[in-house]
Design a protein around this ligand. Sequence first.
Ligand code: ADP
Length: 160
Amino acid sequence: MKTGLYPGSFDPITYGHIDIVKRALNVFDKLIILISVNPNKKTLFTKEERVDLVSRALESCSDRIEIHTSETLTVKHAKALGATHIVRGLRALTDFEYEFQMTHANRVLDKSVDSVFFMTDNKYSFLSSTTVKEIAQFNGDLSTFAPPFIVSAIKKKYNH
Ligand code: ADP
């Protein structure tokens, strides 16, 4: 059984992330979603809220995914959970530089865990959780960015 591990902040999960999950499930039998928790980084949603939103957003493929949270190195989790590959999404060229550095750093840490990259559908190639939060601050329309229950959760955070 091939297991991939998809790490990210998922603050919150968007259609862009969901698209990557679906593509990864065409290749891997099981996908572990690893929600990174960085005590030094302020997030809009708490760890528990992010787990809840991810699990609801991925309900249709719940039999093939597992959701974990992490406060440590991604490669350590991959190894411990039996994942052979780290899955990442690529949007534009701007993602490449960061992913390039991370992939090589991860290889130095553990060369038995490799990384694979998927590109989203064109319509999500500009989409990030940060963009969604910026638009939400000004009460913009988020319906094409994330499922309705996530849009409601974001709006609630901004008192809209
Ligand atoms: P972001 O705030 O950029 O959405 P995450 O840490 O949650 O950040 O992202 C986790 C992974 O998902 C990264 O590899 C990121 O490039 C990828 N990702 C996020 N949004 C998209 C998207 N719209 N298309 C492709 N990949 C994406």
